[in-house]
Design a protein around this ligand. Sequence first.
Ligand code: FAD
Length: 500
Amino acid sequence: MKSCDFLIIGSGIAGLTAAYSLSDFGSVTVLSKGGLDENNSGLAQGGIAAVRSADDRFKKHIQDTLIAGAKHNRRKAVKFLVKEAPKAIELLQEVGVRFAETPHLEGGHSLPRVWHTGDRTGNSIIQALLKVVRKKKSVTLLAHHEAIELIVKNNRCCGAFIAPSLSLSRAESRGGEGAGGEFLSPFTLLATGGFGQLYGRTTNAAPATGDGLVLALKAGLKLKDLEFIQFHPTALNVHGKGNRYFLISEALRGFGAKVVNRRGEEFLFRVHPNGSLAPRDVVTRAIFFEEERGPVFLDLRHLDPRELRQEFPTISEALKRHRLDPAKHLIPITPVEHYSCGGVPTGLSGETELPGLYAIGEVACTGVQGANRLASNSLLEGVVFAQSAAKDIQKKIKNKKTRPPESALSHAEGKGGRGVCHPAIRASAVAYQKALQKIREIMWENVGIVRTKESLKEAEEEISQIQLKDDRIQGYKALCLEIIHACLARKKSLGAHFMS
Ligand SMILES: Cc1cc2nc3c(=O)[nH]c(=O)nc-3n(C[C@H](O)[C@H](O)[C@H](O)COP(=O)(O)OP(=O)(O)OC[C@H]3O[C@@H](n4cnc5c(N)ncnc54)[C@H](O)[C@@H]3O)c2cc1C
């Protein structure tokens, strides 16, 4: 049995910001299922949205967020996010992130307000946060440690059961640095990110299998807005390994790249006055339908190649690897799964319905994203709500509202009546991969960009038939069924949820 004052599950932008913000108030342990920088945050290219220019206004950022979210957003949370955004940038600068002086424009924003470090913004942020938290004596960072179940006692979350995680990627299969077991803490923060890896095509990193949502479900919590899944319109359409697609940032369209069909037509103007810079769900669906007639491309040929390399070095390198010359070739693109707007419901402080449990970052449903996320609002959500959770916890410690938890092994109880954690049941790696692959195919084909009642019913039936005795697969299965049921319950299209 191990214990700490604050247990943080996830080492992306939300987890590391929380670790930094709590490090002066007690012992912090950060767990990561993969490597410490193997997460969606590190992959983010575009940047982080904030009102910091003289001609910009909070009102405009709020309005843009509400429009992208189809007004399904929680207004109070949106106002909070937008007003806290400049402070979030200050915190990142404090830890050493050096943002470029001029912000980028991205789709859905009424003016440039996306702060960046070229097209490696997420990586710059994660490396800077890791550097500062590594220096803090109070923080322990544990890579390749997977939370498999929350410990719930007397209707309070008291920590989590942990197992060493194996074989997510090559790096990870060399991992499994520590033994698992019970990890107790009066405050547990879920910062486990999204679930793109449950889809056949995604931009998401290997650990993004929705584990935080599965943990919350197992503990008896309800999830919210799961039907609102954002599909990014411009992933590079070249066949790579597995289900992961390389993202071509929206900022490139802000920079002048045009979406065209095989005849070179800017067909997006037929569906939206902003053309290539229309909101993501609009662009995604238009590309999806255009693909029925032929391939879709990004046209960069009119852009200055030198400026392009300077502003977008990561994208330029990726194109070069695939022998695509942006000055000569059209760049093949396609929409893929990218971001989950829903999750574990929380208030502005990040606390869930289960006392002692917080959810921050993409795993949470704070209501800021509504039915679809505005570009570059999610790194922001990670920082803002991690800070707000840390503040709430600090207040609770001051008021001494918590007692240190005792060992829970003998009497842990799920909120939903689940009993003591049993050792993790794991099938063979081959059987696990096969079942996961099946889930991905079903979700991509039937619960993707365009859904029908029939496709959802089919997905429900096929997912229910997956019987592999493996806790992870059973967890993903439960989550997928929740997503499918949320889609079925919302009969009319809204934001990223499109029923044909
Ligand atoms: C390619 C790409 C580009 C993007 N670009 C942008 C952008 O420009 N701007 C923007 O705002 N957003 C962008 N996004 C979205 C944004 O990056 C994510 O929403 C955000 O980074 C999520 O942060 P997070 O901290 O919640 O989760 P993540 O960064 O995904 O971190 C999750 C962490 O949880 C850990 N974890 C998961 N399960 C377990 C478990 N069972 N036990 C222990 N640890 C676990 C993982 O190992 C990981 O460390 C992009 C996303 C992608 C994929």
